[in-house]
Write a protein that binds this ligand. Structure first.
Ligand code: ADP
Ligand code: ZN
Length: 606
C-alpha cells in the first residue's frame, strides 16, 4: 500500500519537478508489485526507480550493490535528503552492525544497502531478513549476476537464495550494461516472475563527442582544459607511467591533478580518488582501472589520450561525464600509431578466437575515430539502437557549413561497388583499390585484371580510393567481414547505388581547418546556453560555498548540491525559502539544512 504519491515524494524529498524518461512507468510497475528489469544508461536516474518506491511502500527496501566503497556515499546522500537509510558491509565494526540491525527491527530504517557477500555461507542473515518486513528488493548492477556480462561476480549467484526466501516480495533489477544474453541471464537467475522489462535509450544527449588527430596532443589538451576552468574531469591514458607523467606536467602547467592506476598503493589510490570526489583536485589522470563505481555526478569532461580498445569501454568511460545531465565533453585523441600498438597487444593476448574478437572490436573503434558522419548515431547503432542521421551535439554534426565539402561520389561508388561485386565479394580494401587503379602487383590474380572495372578509377590515386572506400563503409553502402583479413561486401543499399537509384553525396571535413580549429569555440558557446555567462561569478561563489559545507559534513561536494542544482540556482536566483524550494534538486531536508546559508550568499550577490 502506498503511503504517498511518487510525484510528491520526488518533489518533497528529492526536490525534482518531474520524472525523467521511463522512471514513472518503472515506479508504477514496482509499486504494483511486479518484478521489474530496468536497463538505463549511466546517469539515466536508476536510483530513483527504487528509492521513490522505498519511501512510498510500508516496510524496508533492501538494495543489493557490489560497490562496497560507494555504499557510504549513497547512504550519506540519502540522509542529506532526510531519508532513513543505512548500510551493512564489512567496513562496519561489529558494534555498528548490531546498531543497524537494532534499528531495522525497530522499523527505523527505510532503505538498507547490503553487499551480496552477506548472503554467502551461514543462513543467519537470511533468517534475520525473513523476520523483517521487506517491501522490495532492488538489485543494482544486476549484470554482475551473468557470466556473459563484463563484470561477473560469483557472490551475486547467492541472490537466488534470497529470492527463494522472499517469495512474495517484488524484485527490481537494474543495470546500465546488458546485451540480450545478459538480460536473459538476469531474468533467469533471479527467477523474476512475469517481469516487466524497461529498456531506455542509451543515448547520452548531454555529452558532446569529439575526436581529434593526435598531434601536439599536450598543447591541444591545454587548449581544451582552458575551456574547462575549474571543472572536474577524467583523463584516460594507456599506461601507468603515462598517468604519472601527464599528471606531473599538468600540475606544472597550473592545474591540480592526481594520477590513478592499479600500481599505486591502495591508500594512495583511495586518497587520490577521495580528493577528486571532494573537488580538492580538478583532474584525475588514470588508466582504465579508475572509474568503476565512481558516481560523481559533476564530472564535466572525459579525455582519452589514447585510442580505447573497444566501443564498449569507450562508451562506459565517456559515460562517466555528465551524470547530472548538464552539457559535458568527451574528447579523444586518435592516432594510427595507437591503433598499430593495440593491434599488437591484441595479437599476444589470449587465444586465436579471442584475438579475432578483439581485433574486430578495435576495428570498430578506429572506424568511429575516422567517422565523418554523426558519432552518436554510430555509437547508438553499435548498441543496436536506431538514431537519426545527425544529433547536433558531436563534432561532425556541429561542424559549420563552411568547414565541410559535399562530395558527389556517385560515379566512384558505382565503380567501387561494381568491382566488389565482380570480385565475388571475396577481396579486401587493398585488392579492390589495386583493381580500380589498374595496378600490376604480383598479388593480383590474372583473371581479375580482365574484369571491366579493372583500371576504371585511374583518375584517382590509391590513397584517395582508400579514403573513398572508408566513406562508403560509413555510408553503409559497403561493409566488411570481421577477422584478420576483412573482406569487402555489398549491402542492401549497395544495390540501389548499382542500379543507379541512389546518389552518393557525402559531407567531409575540410582537413586543414579541422586540425587547426580551436576546441574552445563549441564548448563555451554550448555551455553558455545552460549557465549564462554573467552568472559565472555567482556559480563560482556557490560552488565555493558548497565545497565548504561539504567539508563540514564530511561528504563529497556534489552531494550537497549537484552542478545542475547550482546552475538552476543561478538562473532562478531565489530570495525566499519558497523560491529556494523551487530550485531543481532542493527538497525539504536540504532546504532546512542548507537554505539559510545559500540564501545569505545569494543575497550578497544581488
Ligand atoms: P544512474 O544510477 O542511472 O547512473 P543516478 O540515479 O545516479 O543515475 O542519477 C543521475 C543523476 O540524475 C543524479 O544526480 C540524480 O539525482 C539525477 N536525477 C535522477 N532523476 C531525476 C529527475 N527525475 N529529475 C532531475 N534529476 C534527476
Ligand atoms: Zn552527431
Amino acid at each position: 500500500m502506498a503511503l504517498e504519491t511518487p510525484l510528491n515524494i520526488l518533489r518533497s524529498t528529492f526536490g525534482y519537478d518531474s520524472f525523467r524518461g521511463e522512471q514513472e512507468a518503472i515506479i508504477q510497475s514496482v509499486l504494483e508489485g511486479s518484478d521489474t528489469l530496468v536497463l538505463m544508461p549511466t546517469g539515466g536516474g536508476k536510483s530513483m526507480c527504487y528509492q521513490v518506491p522505498a519511501l512510498a511502500l510500508e516496510g524496508i527496501t533492501l538494495v543489493i550493490s557490489p560497490l562496497i566503497a560507494l555504499m557510504k556515499d549513497q547512504v550519506d546522500a540519502l540522509r542529506l535528503n532526510g531519508v532513513a537509510a543505512a548500510y551493512l558491509n564489512s567496513t562496519l565494526s561489529n558494534e555498528e552492525q548490531r546498531e543497524v540491525c537494532r534499528n531495522l527491527r525497530l522499523g527505523e530504517i527505510k532503505l538498507l544497502y547490503i553487499a551480496p557477500e552477506r548472503l554467502i555461507g551461514s543462513d543467519d542473515f537470511l533468517s534475520f531478513v525473513k523476520e523483517l518486513k521487506i517491501a522490495l528488493v532492488a538489485v543494482d548492477e544486476a549484470h554482475c549476476i551473468s557470466q556473459w556480462g563484463h563484470d561477473f561476480r560469483p557472490e551475486y549467484l547467492q541472490l537466488a537464495r534470497l529470492r527463494k526466501s522472499l517469495k512474495e516480495v517484488p524484485f527490481v533489477a537494474l543495470t546500465a550494461t546488458a546485451d540480450a544474453l545478459t538480460r536473459e541471464d538476469i531474468l533467469d537467475r533471479l527467477a523474476l516472475k512475469q517481469p516487466k522489462v524497461f529498456v531506455s535509450s542509451f543515448n547520452r544527449s548531454n555529452i558532446h563527442y569529439r575526436v581529434e588527430p593526435k598531434r601536439n596532443s599536450f598543447e591541444r589538451l591545454l587548449d581544451f582544459l582552458e575551456t574547462q576552468k575549474g571543472n572536474a574531469g577524467i583523463i584516460y591514458t594507456l599506461s601507468r607511467k603515462q598517468t604519472e607523467q601527464l599528471s606531473a606536467k599538468l600540475n606544472n602547467s597550473g592545474y591540480r591533478s592526481r594520477p590513478y592506476h592499479a600500481g599505486l598503493p591502495r591508500d594512495k589510490r583511495d586518497e587520490h580518488q577521495e580528493i577528486f570526489l571532494k573537488d580538492d583536485v580538478q583532474i584525475i589522470v588514470a588508466t582504465i582501472a579508475f572509474g568503476m563505481g565512481i558516481d560523481k555526478s559533476n564530472v564535466r569532461f572525459v579525455v582519452h589520450m589514447n585510442l580505447p580498445k573497444n566501443i564498449e569501454g569507450y562508451y562506459q568511460e565517456t559515460g562517466r561525464a555528465g551524470r547530472d545531465g548538464l552539457p559535458s565533453d568527451a574528447l579523444l585523441f586518435y592516432s594510427a600509431g595507437d591503433l598499430f600498438q593495440l593491434r599488437q597487444f591484441a595479437e599476444v593476448e589470449g587465444n586465436e578466437a579471442q584475438t579475432e574478437v578483439m581485433l574486430d572490436k578495435l576495428e570498430d573503434m578506429s572506424r568511429y575515430c575516422e567517422l565523418n558522419s554523426c558519432r552518436r548515431k554510430y555509437l547508438l547503432n553499435y548498441f543496436d539502437e536506431e538514431a537519426p542521421n545527425t544529433c547536433g551535439n558531436c563534432d561532425n554534426c556541429t561542424r559549420s557549413a563552411d568547414e565541410v565539402d559535399v562530395l558527389d561520389l556517385t560515379k566512384e561508388a558505382q565503380m567501387a561497388l561494381s568491382a566488389v561485386s565482380r570480385l565475388q565479394q571475396r577481396r579486401g580494401i587493398s585488392y579492390v583499390v589495386q583493381i580500380l587503379c589498374g595496378g600490376n602487383s604480383k598479388d593480383l590474380r590474372e583473371e581479375d585484371t580482365w574484369i571491366p572495372t579493372y583500371g576504371v578509377g585511374k583518375m584517382h590515386s590509391q590513397a584517395v580510393w582508400r579514403d573513398y572506400i572508408k566513406l562508403f563503409l560509413q555510408e553503409g553502402i559497403l561493409k566488411t567481414t570481421g577477422g584478420k583479413y576483412p573482406v569487402l561486401q555489398l549491402t542492401p543499399a549497395s544495390h540501389q547505388v548499382l542500379q543507379q537509384k541512389r546518389d552518393v553525396k557525402i559531407a567531409v571535413a575540410k582537413e586543414v581547418e579541422r586540425a587547426s580549429r580551436p576546441t574552445a569555440s563549441r564548448t563555451s558557446k554550448h555551455r553558455a546556453t545552460e549557465l549564462e555567462v554573467e552568472d559565472q561569478p555567482m556559480f563560482e561563489q556557490l560552488r565555493k560555498l558548497r565545497k565548504e559545507l561539504a567539508a563540514q559534513a564530511g561528504v563529497p561536494a556534489f552531494m550537497v548540491f549537484s552542478d545542475a542544482t547550482l546552475v538552476d540556482m543561478c538562473a532562478k536566483h531565489p530570495r525566499t525559502e519558497e523560491e529556494f524550494l523551487m530550485v531543481s534538486g532542493v527538497g525539504q531536508s536540504k532546504l532546512r539544512r542548507f537554505g539559510r546559508v545559500f540564501l545569505d550568499v545569494l543575497k550578497q550577490l544581488d
